[in-house]
Design a protein around this ligand. Structure first.
Ligand SMILES: [Zn+2]
Length: 642
């Protein structure tokens, strides 16, 4: 029975591949297909670069590959987030829009995505369609049963907003992302996943095939997801046909100022689209792209698509920078950045990583941003150190130990109330979403890499990639692989850090000098009491330091070091299963404890508050004053003599 069922599923999934009607047989890229391809999009549009409107026709093929029936279809209409001031997105990016970019909402700067009419399997269902914010809902008069497919035809118009976040226009620069009506994901639990576009969380959709035919002014240069299969100029318009397979999104960029740099690497073409003033920067971007492309291909798995592009974004369009798309990403650089500030390179390294973590291993970015952003930030950190030397991103060595220094933040307090594993919309602020999704998991992985070697994390990532490429895994699958590779040594830590509000912290609690009195005899009243006084004066046989060190939500061995004025050094460990320990260090009368330092090698990067790791002897006020007095007297003497 099981075998028959397995056979049916197999047959069924192959049926899915071959039935996708938008496979362009003349330009097919992958045989056999890399993904399930249960969706297909055929979009024919015109981009008006003056009104910033993209409009045209769209056909969507959708195969219900779950065990559940549905009577409703959900669509993302992302650009409705820029419709007016009261959308969730506009409220979330208010500061960015007003204070930083100074953009007011006008008919020019606002955006929308509207569906003019919609039909399913040749039934006009426009009357059954309604819009709730950035989500379109279509009630069907029939069920789409498991294994059945539908063909949706619609006409739409998208007005691009002035670039505030990710998509839109800035002058003649057009970044056209999240622009077309896109199906939500009908999940294995029989529920649609199609959340409101709120700016915090990113994107999640099914793998499929895209045919996009675009008409725009002839003097515009355009690039995007997939391959340009044909491009021709007819009069004053340019007609471009893009074709992409086994991707879960389609975006494009059009600008009349683009220049192009390219290089063939391992049979694939790497491009940088840049503008005149960024000629030098473009070379650095291509260099960074080549390094990160080679590293991922060698260490994680093959990048299968024919090309990858880095898009250099102009200053007035910086809101679109530092963002990943299928087969391309936007960089982040300014001409005034000094060469040693490698924000340019680190953005390329980070965004290319997304081709793997979210691009091919398509975790749900809105539900589990840590699974791609945290993992990807870890790779950004170790790769920047490998490619350009430790601290290459921030050359102020005073502040920087390695590529992870920028992930350490003084604002971690907010994480006491925010666990990373939740919907992006549930975070209190964009700041806490970022700390929880990027920094916290990256620092946890760096901790494990420091203690076990980087290869353990790289091996786990490679296995995660090989098992789940072109699928929608739960981020927990990566954690499971990592736990297997580390004999569950970090299981408790990972649970605390990702699935709870764990705030790992080690702390020096108390340092005090104590006296060991002479034993003179038992007290008259209490036999356990030792005499401490002798003729009313303190009488110490010897001295010792009592040091109390503690940790919380940090189930790892934490090393510590104690230094003394005499030069003596002592080492200790707070064991993984202990939260507080008391230590005793005997000293000579003249000696003094100078410092207690927890995790002095900074291996446990997930210790979120490092300010309390170090105790340093502070001279008393008197000693300080005495030192100042002596110094001043010496200076006086110096002045007198010379
Ligand atoms: Zn990212």
């Amino acid at each position: 029975m099981k075998r028959i069922l397995f056979f049916c599923i197999l047959l069924f999934s192959f049926a899915g591949y071959s039935q996708n009607p938008f496979v362009d047989r003349d330009h097919a890229i992958f045989h056999p297909p890399l993904s399930g391809r249960n969706v297909g999009y055929k979009i024919t549009v015109t981009l008006d670069t003056l009104s910033h409107i993209v409009k045209g026709k769209e056909s969507i093929y959708w195969l219900n590959n779950t065990q559940f029936s549905t009577k409703v279809l959900y669509f993302h209409l992302y650009m409705n987030a820029f419709k007016n001031n009261s959308t969730i997105m506009m409220k979330n990016i208010e500061k960015l829009r007003h204070k930083i970019l100074g953009i007011k909402l006008t008919p020019e700067t606002a955006g929308y995505c509207s569906i003019k009419n919609i039909a399913v399997n040749f039934n006009n269902l426009t009357d059954y369609f309604h819009v709730e914010g950035t989500v379109g809902v279509l009630h069907l008069p029939f069920d789409v049963k498991p294994g059945e497919s539908v063909m949706i035809e619609l006409e739409f118009e998208t007005k691009l907003p002035r670039i505030m976040i990710r998509s839109g226009y800035a002058g003649s620069f057009h970044f056209v992302g999240q622009w077309y009506p896109k199906l939500g994901v009908f999940q294995d639990n029989g529920k649609w996943y199609c959340p409101e576009y709120d700016g915090n969380g990113e994107f999640f959709s099914d793998f499929g095939v895209y045919q996009v035919k675009l008409t725009l002014p002839s003097y515009f240069i355009v690039t995007g997801t997939g391959l340009v299969v044909s491009e021709r100029i007819e009069g004053d318009v340019r007609k471009v046909y893009f074709y992409a397979e086994d991707v879960h999104d389609f975006a494009f960029v059009a600008w009349d100022k683009f220049r192009v740099l390219s290089k063939k690497v391992k049979g694939k073409t790497l491009y940088v689209y840049y503008f005149k003033e960024h000629e030098k920067i473009a070379k650095r971007e291509l260099d960074a792209l080549e390094r990160v492309f080679n590293w991922y291909n060698k260490n994680i798995g093959e990048y299968p698509y024919p090309d990858y592009k880095v898009i250099d974004v102009p200053f007035n369009g910086l809101g679109a920078s530092g963002m990943e798309y299928e087969n391309f990403s936007t960089s982040f650089s300014l001409s005034l950045f000094p060469d040693w500030l490698r924000a340019t390179e680190s953005t390329v390294v980070h965004e290319f990583g997304h081709a793997y973590w979210q691009g091919m291993v398509a975790t749900n970015e809105h539900r589990q941003a840590w699974a791609d952003e945290g993992l990807n930030s870890f790779f950004e950190g170790i790769l920047m150190d490998r490619f350009y030397g430790e601290c290459s991103e921030m050359k102020f060595h005073v502040f920087c130990e390695n590529g992870f220094s920028r992930f350490e933040s003084p604002n971690f307090e907010v994480l006491k109330y925010e666990k990373p594993d939740k919907e992006a919309s549930e975070f209190v602020s964009r700041g806490s979403y970022g700390l929880a999704s990027y920094n916290k998991f990256a620092l946890t992985l760096k901790t494990i890499a420091n203690l076990e070697g980087e290869d353990v994390v790289i091996d786990a990532a490679r296995e995660f990639f090989n098992q789940y490429k072109f699928k929608h895994p739960d981020g927990k699958e990566f954690v499971k692989i990592l736990n297997e590779k580390t004999d569950n040594k970090y299981k408790r830590l990972l649970n605390l850090v990702l699935f709870d509000v764990g705030f790992p912290d080690a702390k020096v609690l108390k340092v005090e000098k104590k006296c060991e009195p002479y034993f003179i005899g038992y007290n008259n009243r209490d036999v356990f009491y030792r005499e401490r006084e002798k003729s009313g004066k303190r009488n110490c046989k010897s001295y010792f330091y009592r040091v109390v060190v503690a940790k919380r939500e940090l189930p790892l061995d934490v090393n510590g070091i104690v230094t003394f004025k005499s030069g003596k050094v002592e080492h200790f460990i707070i064991p993984a299963d202990k939260n507080i320990i008391e230590l005793k260090f005997p000293v000579e009368k003249t000696d003094r404890l100078e410092s207690v330092y927890l995790d002095p090698d900074r291996k446990i990067m997930i210790d979120l508050d490092r300010s309390n790791n170090l105790y340093r002897y502070k001279p008393s006020l008197f000693e300080n004053r005495l030192a100042v007095l002596v110094f001043n007297m010496l200076m006086e003497l110096f002045a007198y003599v010379f």
